[in-house]
Design a protein around this ligand. Structure first.
Ligand SMILES: C[S@@+](CC[C@H](N)C(=O)[O-])C[C@H]1O[C@@H](n2cnc3c(N)ncnc32)[C@H](O)[C@@H]1O
Length: 251
Protein backbone atom coordinates (compact mmCIF):
# COMPACT_ATOMS: atom_id res chain seq x y z
CA UNK A 1 0.00 0.00 0.00
CA UNK A 2 2.72 2.52 0.96
CA UNK A 3 5.75 1.62 -1.19
CA UNK A 4 5.45 4.77 -3.36
CA UNK A 5 5.02 7.18 -0.44
CA UNK A 6 8.57 8.65 -0.40
CA UNK A 7 7.87 11.85 -2.47
CA UNK A 8 5.10 12.81 -0.01
CA UNK A 9 7.64 12.94 2.82
CA UNK A 10 8.90 16.26 1.43
CA UNK A 11 5.67 17.72 2.82
CA UNK A 12 5.41 15.69 6.03
CA UNK A 13 8.92 16.91 6.96
CA UNK A 14 7.59 20.23 8.30
CA UNK A 15 4.90 18.43 10.32
CA UNK A 16 7.69 16.32 11.85
CA UNK A 17 9.34 19.49 13.18
CA UNK A 18 6.03 20.50 14.76
CA UNK A 19 5.32 17.05 16.25
CA UNK A 20 8.80 16.60 17.76
CA UNK A 21 8.57 20.01 19.47
CA UNK A 22 4.96 19.37 20.57
CA UNK A 23 6.05 16.01 22.06
CA UNK A 24 8.72 17.85 24.09
CA UNK A 25 11.45 15.46 22.94
CA UNK A 26 14.95 16.20 24.24
CA UNK A 27 18.36 14.60 23.86
CA UNK A 28 17.70 12.67 27.08
CA UNK A 29 14.74 10.71 25.66
CA UNK A 30 14.50 7.26 24.13
CA UNK A 31 11.92 7.51 21.36
CA UNK A 32 9.92 5.09 19.20
CA UNK A 33 8.45 6.43 15.93
CA UNK A 34 5.58 4.15 14.81
CA UNK A 35 4.88 4.19 11.04
CA UNK A 36 8.13 6.07 10.50
CA UNK A 37 8.00 5.83 6.67
CA UNK A 38 11.14 7.52 5.35
CA UNK A 39 12.03 8.53 8.91
CA UNK A 40 11.14 12.23 9.01
CA UNK A 41 10.04 12.24 12.68
CA UNK A 42 12.67 9.73 13.82
CA UNK A 43 15.52 11.70 12.25
CA UNK A 44 14.21 15.04 13.54
CA UNK A 45 14.24 13.58 17.08
CA UNK A 46 17.67 12.00 16.56
CA UNK A 47 19.09 15.37 15.49
CA UNK A 48 18.21 16.61 19.02
CA UNK A 49 20.34 13.79 20.44
CA UNK A 50 17.47 11.45 21.36
CA UNK A 51 18.03 7.69 21.16
CA UNK A 52 15.59 6.76 18.40
CA UNK A 53 14.00 3.66 16.88
CA UNK A 54 11.80 3.89 13.78
CA UNK A 55 9.29 1.11 13.00
CA UNK A 56 7.34 0.57 9.79
CA UNK A 57 5.55 -2.16 7.85
CA UNK A 58 7.10 -1.12 4.51
CA UNK A 59 10.73 -2.20 3.91
CA UNK A 60 11.13 0.05 0.83
CA UNK A 61 10.48 3.13 3.00
CA UNK A 62 12.87 1.92 5.71
CA UNK A 63 15.56 1.66 3.03
CA UNK A 64 15.00 5.36 2.23
CA UNK A 65 14.95 6.14 5.97
CA UNK A 66 18.42 4.59 6.33
CA UNK A 67 19.70 6.79 3.48
CA UNK A 68 18.06 9.88 5.03
CA UNK A 69 19.62 9.10 8.41
CA UNK A 70 23.08 8.78 6.87
CA UNK A 71 22.70 12.11 5.04
CA UNK A 72 21.45 13.80 8.23
CA UNK A 73 24.43 12.44 10.18
CA UNK A 74 22.27 10.16 12.38
CA UNK A 75 23.41 6.65 11.43
CA UNK A 76 22.72 5.42 14.98
CA UNK A 77 18.92 5.42 14.52
CA UNK A 78 17.60 1.83 14.70
CA UNK A 79 15.13 0.84 11.94
CA UNK A 80 12.72 -2.06 12.52
CA UNK A 81 10.31 -3.68 10.09
CA UNK A 82 7.17 -4.37 12.12
CA UNK A 83 3.52 -3.73 12.89
CA UNK A 84 2.01 -1.13 15.23
CA UNK A 85 -0.31 -3.86 16.52
CA UNK A 86 2.56 -6.13 17.55
CA UNK A 87 5.56 -4.04 18.58
CA UNK A 88 8.72 -6.16 18.72
CA UNK A 89 10.08 -4.52 21.91
CA UNK A 90 10.00 -5.47 25.60
CA UNK A 91 7.64 -3.67 28.01
CA UNK A 92 8.80 -0.22 29.22
CA UNK A 93 11.42 0.33 26.49
CA UNK A 94 10.85 4.03 25.58
CA UNK A 95 10.28 7.45 27.19
CA UNK A 96 8.23 8.70 24.23
CA UNK A 97 6.19 6.97 21.51
CA UNK A 98 5.37 9.18 18.52
CA UNK A 99 3.46 8.49 15.34
CA UNK A 100 2.89 10.84 12.43
CA UNK A 101 0.04 9.67 10.19
CA UNK A 102 1.25 6.13 10.99
CA UNK A 103 -0.55 4.22 13.77
CA UNK A 104 -3.85 5.64 12.45
CA UNK A 105 -3.62 3.04 9.64
CA UNK A 106 -3.47 0.06 12.00
CA UNK A 107 -6.93 -1.52 11.58
CA UNK A 108 -7.51 -2.23 15.29
CA UNK A 109 -7.01 1.00 17.29
CA UNK A 110 -7.54 -0.69 20.64
CA UNK A 111 -4.67 -3.11 19.92
CA UNK A 112 -2.33 -0.34 18.71
CA UNK A 113 -3.05 1.78 21.82
CA UNK A 114 -2.30 -1.12 24.19
CA UNK A 115 0.93 -1.88 22.33
CA UNK A 116 2.14 1.73 22.34
CA UNK A 117 1.30 1.97 26.06
CA UNK A 118 3.03 -1.34 26.83
CA UNK A 119 6.40 -0.23 25.44
CA UNK A 120 6.34 3.08 27.34
CA UNK A 121 8.28 3.47 30.59
CA UNK A 122 6.49 4.72 33.72
CA UNK A 123 6.26 8.52 33.36
CA UNK A 124 6.43 8.26 29.57
CA UNK A 125 4.20 9.89 26.98
CA UNK A 126 2.63 9.41 23.59
CA UNK A 127 2.30 12.10 20.89
CA UNK A 128 0.87 11.75 17.40
CA UNK A 129 -0.34 13.58 14.31
CA UNK A 130 -3.56 12.45 12.60
CA UNK A 131 -5.91 13.63 9.85
CA UNK A 132 -9.30 14.92 11.06
CA UNK A 133 -12.32 13.46 9.22
CA UNK A 134 -13.74 16.93 8.43
CA UNK A 135 -10.65 18.30 6.64
CA UNK A 136 -9.06 17.52 3.29
CA UNK A 137 -7.14 14.29 3.92
CA UNK A 138 -9.89 12.79 6.10
CA UNK A 139 -12.40 13.58 3.37
CA UNK A 140 -10.06 12.06 0.76
CA UNK A 141 -9.96 8.82 2.75
CA UNK A 142 -13.77 8.81 3.00
CA UNK A 143 -13.87 9.38 -0.78
CA UNK A 144 -11.57 6.38 -1.36
CA UNK A 145 -13.75 4.36 1.04
CA UNK A 146 -16.88 5.15 -1.00
CA UNK A 147 -15.26 3.75 -4.16
CA UNK A 148 -13.54 0.64 -2.77
CA UNK A 149 -14.78 -2.56 -1.06
CA UNK A 150 -15.74 -2.14 2.62
CA UNK A 151 -13.09 -2.57 5.33
CA UNK A 152 -12.97 -6.07 6.89
CA UNK A 153 -15.20 -6.51 9.98
CA UNK A 154 -13.57 -4.99 13.06
CA UNK A 155 -11.33 -2.58 11.10
CA UNK A 156 -11.79 1.09 12.04
CA UNK A 157 -11.64 3.88 9.41
CA UNK A 158 -8.31 5.77 9.83
CA UNK A 159 -9.74 9.34 10.03
CA UNK A 160 -11.60 8.49 13.27
CA UNK A 161 -8.14 9.01 14.78
CA UNK A 162 -8.55 12.70 13.87
CA UNK A 163 -11.51 13.25 16.22
CA UNK A 164 -10.63 14.55 19.74
CA UNK A 165 -13.71 12.84 21.21
CA UNK A 166 -12.75 9.46 19.71
CA UNK A 167 -9.11 9.87 20.75
CA UNK A 168 -10.11 10.74 24.32
CA UNK A 169 -12.23 7.59 24.48
CA UNK A 170 -9.55 5.37 22.92
CA UNK A 171 -6.78 6.59 25.27
CA UNK A 172 -8.92 6.48 28.43
CA UNK A 173 -7.74 3.76 30.79
CA UNK A 174 -4.23 3.69 29.30
CA UNK A 175 -3.28 7.41 29.40
CA UNK A 176 -4.15 10.61 31.22
CA UNK A 177 -6.43 13.23 29.59
CA UNK A 178 -4.98 14.16 26.18
CA UNK A 179 -3.84 17.64 25.14
CA UNK A 180 -4.57 18.75 21.56
CA UNK A 181 -3.16 21.24 19.05
CA UNK A 182 -3.63 21.79 15.33
CA UNK A 183 -1.52 22.67 12.35
CA UNK A 184 -1.62 22.87 8.56
CA UNK A 185 0.52 20.97 6.06
CA UNK A 186 0.88 22.87 2.79
CA UNK A 187 1.64 21.43 -0.64
CA UNK A 188 2.60 23.81 -3.45
CA UNK A 189 0.95 22.65 -6.70
CA UNK A 190 0.55 24.31 -10.08
CA UNK A 191 -3.00 23.06 -10.77
CA UNK A 192 -5.61 20.60 -9.49
CA UNK A 193 -4.40 18.23 -12.21
CA UNK A 194 -0.87 18.35 -10.78
CA UNK A 195 -2.22 17.58 -7.31
CA UNK A 196 -4.33 14.67 -8.56
CA UNK A 197 -1.36 13.21 -10.43
CA UNK A 198 0.80 13.55 -7.32
CA UNK A 199 -1.80 11.82 -5.11
CA UNK A 200 -2.47 9.08 -7.68
CA UNK A 201 1.23 8.21 -7.89
CA UNK A 202 2.40 8.57 -4.28
CA UNK A 203 -0.52 8.06 -1.88
CA UNK A 204 -1.17 4.30 -1.72
CA UNK A 205 -4.96 4.20 -1.15
CA UNK A 206 -5.60 6.61 -4.07
CA UNK A 207 -3.11 4.76 -6.26
CA UNK A 208 -4.91 1.47 -5.59
CA UNK A 209 -8.30 3.04 -6.34
CA UNK A 210 -7.10 4.33 -9.72
CA UNK A 211 -5.50 0.96 -10.53
CA UNK A 212 -8.80 -0.77 -9.74
CA UNK A 213 -10.59 1.44 -12.32
CA UNK A 214 -8.02 1.04 -15.10
CA UNK A 215 -10.44 -1.06 -17.17
CA UNK A 216 -13.41 1.26 -16.70
CA UNK A 217 -12.31 4.59 -18.19
CA UNK A 218 -15.79 6.12 -17.91
CA UNK A 219 -16.01 5.45 -14.19
CA UNK A 220 -12.39 6.55 -13.72
CA UNK A 221 -13.19 9.91 -15.36
CA UNK A 222 -16.24 10.33 -13.08
CA UNK A 223 -14.19 9.47 -9.98
CA UNK A 224 -11.48 11.95 -11.01
CA UNK A 225 -14.07 14.69 -11.51
CA UNK A 226 -15.48 13.94 -8.05
CA UNK A 227 -11.95 14.11 -6.61
CA UNK A 228 -11.26 17.50 -8.23
CA UNK A 229 -14.53 18.90 -6.85
CA UNK A 230 -13.65 17.58 -3.38
CA UNK A 231 -10.17 19.13 -3.21
CA UNK A 232 -10.90 22.40 -5.04
CA UNK A 233 -12.03 24.39 -1.93
CA UNK A 234 -8.69 23.62 -0.22
CA UNK A 235 -6.62 25.05 -3.11
CA UNK A 236 -5.71 28.73 -2.97
CA UNK A 237 -2.62 30.72 -4.01
CA UNK A 238 -1.13 27.60 -5.65
CA UNK A 239 -1.17 25.81 -2.30
CA UNK A 240 -3.17 22.77 -1.16
CA UNK A 241 -4.05 23.18 2.54
CA UNK A 242 -4.21 20.05 4.72
CA UNK A 243 -5.16 20.57 8.39
CA UNK A 244 -3.91 18.04 10.93
CA UNK A 245 -4.49 17.33 14.63
CA UNK A 246 -1.73 16.80 17.22
CA UNK A 247 -2.37 14.80 20.40
CA UNK A 248 -0.15 14.32 23.45
CA UNK A 249 -0.94 12.25 26.53
CA UNK A 250 1.06 11.11 29.56
CA UNK A 251 1.04 7.59 30.94
C1 LIG B 1 1.14 8.33 5.58
S1 LIG B 1 2.61 7.39 5.82
C2 LIG B 1 3.45 8.40 7.05
C3 LIG B 1 4.94 8.17 7.11
C4 LIG B 1 5.73 9.11 8.01
N1 LIG B 1 5.38 8.97 9.40
C5 LIG B 1 5.59 10.53 7.57
O1 LIG B 1 4.92 11.31 8.27
O2 LIG B 1 6.14 10.88 6.51
C6 LIG B 1 1.99 6.02 6.72
C7 LIG B 1 3.06 5.06 7.15
O3 LIG B 1 2.54 4.14 8.09
C8 LIG B 1 3.01 2.84 7.78
N2 LIG B 1 2.04 1.88 8.34
C9 LIG B 1 0.76 1.67 7.95
N3 LIG B 1 0.19 0.73 8.72
C10 LIG B 1 1.12 0.36 9.64
C11 LIG B 1 1.14 -0.58 10.72
N4 LIG B 1 0.08 -1.33 11.03
N5 LIG B 1 2.28 -0.70 11.44
C12 LIG B 1 3.38 0.03 11.14
N6 LIG B 1 3.42 0.92 10.13
C13 LIG B 1 2.31 1.09 9.39
C14 LIG B 1 3.13 2.83 6.27
O4 LIG B 1 4.00 1.83 5.80
C15 LIG B 1 3.63 4.25 6.01
O5 LIG B 1 5.03 4.32 6.05
Amino acid sequence: MWTSFAPTATFTTSVAGHLVKFAGITGADSVLDVGTGTGVVAITAARLGAKVTGLDLTPELLEQARINAAIAGCPEVVWTEGDAESLPYPDASFDVVVSQFGHMFAPRPEVAVLEMRRVLKPGGRIAFATWPPEHLVGRMFAFVGRHTPPLPPGAAPPPLWGSPAVITERLAGSFQTPFFARGMMTIPVLSLGHFRLFVETSVGPMQKLVESLAFDQERLAAVRAEFDALVQPYYTNNIMHQDYLLTRADV
